[in-house]
Structures are given as C-alpha cells and as structure tokens.
Design a protein around this ligand. Structure first.
Ligand SMILES: [Zn+2]
Ligand SMILES: [Zn+2]
Ligand SMILES: [Zn+2]
Length: 472
C-alpha cells in the first residue's frame, strides 16, 4: 500500500475484506472496484471541512452506493459526535480496520443476512419506489423493525429517519409526504406492516400537507392580528361593566359610571372576562378568530380547515420482513403512487390519483411530451428493461416519467401560481439532460412536442384521452 492511495483493501482477523477509504472516493465510478471485491467499509477520512467527510461517507455508504449496498460500514472514531443525521447510515466507529468490536459487528450483520435469507445482489436502484424499498431493506438488515410517523429533525412529516436520505429535491415536501402515505397504505394492505401504537393527531395544511404552520389571533371584522386584550371590570356598587382602560384615572381605578374609586381593601369589583380591541379598525370583541398561515404557500386557513393526520407507530410483520429480505416486495408493491420512472399505465394511474376534481385545490399537473429517437436501443431486448436513456437521466429526477415508443413523458405537480415558472424550468432542465445523453449515444435525437396542463376540476379521463390520442 502506498501512502498516496485514496483507498485500499485489507483483510481483518475474521477474514473479511475491508475497503478502507482514505479520501473522498466515488466508489461507484471507480472501475477498479467491484461489488465482489470487499465485504465491509471503513471510512478513515478526517478533513477540516465536515462536508467533505460526509461526502466521503455518502459515496461509500450502504444506502447510496451500489457497490457498497447493505454492507457493514464504519467510520473513524475521530468523527464520533460530528455526523448528526448521517449517523443512521453507519454501523459504528472504529480506530483501525482490524478493530475487534468492528469485526464482531460485521459478523453479526452477516449472521443477520444469513438468518433473514437476505438477498444482497440486487439491481441498481432506478426509481423512487425502489429507493424507498431499499431504505426499508436496509432498516430490516440492521434489525430495525419498527418506525413511526413522528416528526423528526429535518423531516417534519416524520417516518423513518432513513427517509431523510432519499434523493428528493427541495420544494417537494407535499409530494414526499403523499408518497410515504401511499407507501405505508400499500404495506398495510399487503400485510407487510401493522399499526402498533397511536401516538398523536397533528394538523397539516389541507392544500400542501405542510406542517410549518403559524397560528395567530385576529380581529373577526378586518382580519388584522394587531389586537389588544384587556380585562373587563365589573363594579359591584353600580353594576357597571366595561374595559379596564375606561377605569384608569390619575394612576388609580375610578368607575366611569358612578365615579367612585375602586376599593382595594374589601374589594368591590371583579374581572369576569377580558375583551379585545382591534387597533386597526377599533372593533371590540370577546373572541378573536384563530387564523393559520401556511408558510409554504402564504395561504391563510381557519383551524377547522386543517387536515388531521394520525401519527402512528408501525412494525414490520414476519411476512413483511421476508418480502423485503428476499426482495419479493418489488413485485408485489404497486408503483403508481411514486414519482420517478414507471410504466405508462402507472403514469396514467398517477394522473387519476392526483387529478383533483375540486377546482379550489390549487394543484396543476404539467405533462410534457418529448419525441426521442435513440439508435442505441435494441428493440429486441426485454421490454421490461430500463431504456439506457432513462437510466442515464439523473436517477431520481424530480418528475414522474414514462416512455411509450418514441415518446418520453414528464410530469410535475405545482401550485397554480407557479405554472409558468415550472414549465420554463422543466423545459430547460429536461432539454439539458437529454442533450447530455448525446455524449453516450451519438445520433440521439430529441424534441419537445407538446405540453399538457391539467387544471383542478378538469375531466381527467378527457385529459388522458388527449395525451393518448396525440402520441401517434
Ligand atoms: Zn400549504
Ligand atoms: Zn379590525
Ligand atoms: Zn360604579
């Protein structure tokens, strides 16, 4: 081993081959390393820039790297306490690759694989659904059988802390939470998980499912929150009832009606309630309106309009553990509710699932159709295989996608006000990626043919019919 090597492979006392990472190494794109070359990973990177240490872990982690997937992964002891949310990705800390407690944990994990009949050699992850399945498989491989939808740091919608590491892009909170909800419903239906405990009921924005809500009291007449609360004083002697400020007189309290000073000894008044005054419109009222601002879309709701969501704890059942361990779940789980690449049928069913007949729901579906021609495609291959073009698009692209012959469809859901901006972004982003594919497949052609918009309240079957009719 040379001192300047970024990585090397060594054998530990239990004869496991350990990949030792000494600098940031893109393991998946290192041709000299293959899945069969090593059994576990030891990351021995100490950089003063913490993000660089995290990048080194990410690129060699059992969740993100195809070549490292599910393998035991350890980090140098010197990073103990520095990894934050990244800690869920590793199996522990060690001082050297020969460390005996690390060696013991590696044997435990391999023992677990053996007991569970855990299938290690699976295809690379290419869709959101597969990514989520992989997270569950990882959890199971480490003996984590329960999870809950309690909000966690960086994951206000809760669920497994591992979900934090799926590669959704920012601004997709609502879609992420709906995807998880869909996923857990599926698992319940398949009998792979069961509810074990009700934790609490929380309220989310009915439009975007955001949990970042600001509550404030406001004037029922003009809606301003510039309101002032003060006690109401009831003077026993003359039965006057009015706000405390009407009693204030030269630093003392005097009844505005009978002009007698209020007695502090042998008290002759009480404060039965309080009253609010709006500083904007002078309205006085007993009960302010509660309003809720969704920070995501600057929309104001009444509390009774919020959507209740039950926070619950789930547990994988023995059938679920079996299905995830041997990867059967990829055949039984429906991919309809997930973003990313799917069959054309799932793509259309997703439209049906999310087309909202309520004209006020505010979500617009944008579908772009590209014409693509790829001379690299061998049309005789298995029709289920992922086309090379799709595989080369960034894995978890921020769109629901499907291909049909020479048509490549992309879909996004956005708020009504963001349609023009989203369409511009979509066109730019997708064209740039399709263009990059030219390096892989010279002679590849692509063109944006049409963009379809579904507005809430439209007839979804008409919308689907139009897409289907125009593709020939
Ligand atoms: Zn919202
Ligand atoms: Zn007011
Ligand atoms: Zn009085």
């Amino acid at each position: 081993m040379q001192d300047n090597t970024k990585y090397y492979i060594t054998t530990n006392p239990s004869h496991r081959r350990i990949l030792v990472i000494r600098d940031v190494v893109d393991v998946d794109h290192t041709p000299d390393l293959s899945f069969e070359d090593f059994d576990a990973i030891f990351i021995n990177v100490i950089d003063s820039v913490m993000d660089r240490n995290k990048l080194a872990i990410r690129l060699a982690s059992p969740l993100h790297s195809e070549k490292c997937r599910f393998k035991p992964c350890f980090v140098t002891r010197r990073l103990t306490g520095w990894l934050g949310k990244f800690e869920v990705l590793i199996d522990g800390y060690a001082s050297t690759p020969e460390d005996s407690s690390m060696s013991r944990t590696i044997e435990e994990i391999y023992g677990n694989f053996h007991r569970l009949n855990f299938l290690l050699g699976t295809e690379p992850v290419a869709t959101h659904a597969e990514e989520v399945v992989r997270l569950c498989r990882y959890a199971i491989s480490r003996g984590h059988y329960t999870f809950s939808s309690e909000p966690a740091q960086g994951l206000s919608q809760g669920y497994m802390s591992l979900y934090y590491h799926t590669l959704w892009l920012p601004g997709q909170q609502a879609i992420q939470s709906q995807e998880r909800e869909y996923f857990h419903k599926q698992l319940l239906k398949l009998g792979y998980i069961r509810r074990t405990r009700f934790i609490e009921r929380m309220h989310v924005c009915p439009s975007c499912n955001n949990t970042h809500l600001l509550f404030f009291e406001s004037c029922p007449k003009c809606g301003s929150s510039d309101i002032h609360e003060e006690p109401v004083i009831h003077h026993f002697r003359c039965a006057n009832v009015s706000p405390e400020s009407t009693y204030e007189w030269d630093g003392e309290l005097r009844c505005p009606k009978c002009k007698h000073m209020l007695r502090h000894i042998g008290v002759d008044y009480d404060k039965p309630s309080s009253i609010y005054t709006c500083k904007q419109c002078d309205n006085t009222f007993m009960y302010p309106d509660m309003r809720v601002l969704c920070t995501e879309e600057q929309h104001v709701w009444r509390p009774d309009q919020l959507r209740p969501v039950d926070v619950e704890e789930y547990e994988f059942t023995p059938e679920g553990i079996r299905a995830f361990a041997n990867n059967d779940v990829t055949h039984t789980l429906s991919h309809v509710g997930f973003y990313g690449y799917s069959s054309m049928r799932d793509f259309m069913d997703y439209l049906r699932l999310h087309a909202n007949p309520d004209p006020d729901s505010g979500y617009v579906l944008i579908v772009s159709r590209f014409y693509v021609f790829d001379p690299a495609i061998d049309y005789l291959t298995d029709s289920d295989a992922l086309p090379p073009l799709v595989a080369s698009m960034r894995r978890f692209l921020n769109y629901k996608q499907a291909t049909w012959g020479n048509n490549y469809y992309f879909m996004r859901r956005v708020h009504e006000g963001e349609v023009a901006k989203a369409m511009g972004e979509m066109e730019y982003e997708i064209k740039a990626q399709l263009h990059d594919y030219n390096d892989v497949s010279p002679g590849f052609q692509h063109e944006l043919i049409e963009t379809y918009l579904y507005h809430p309240g439209d007839d979804v079957e008409q919308f689907i019919k139009r897409i289907e009719e125009e593709r020939n």
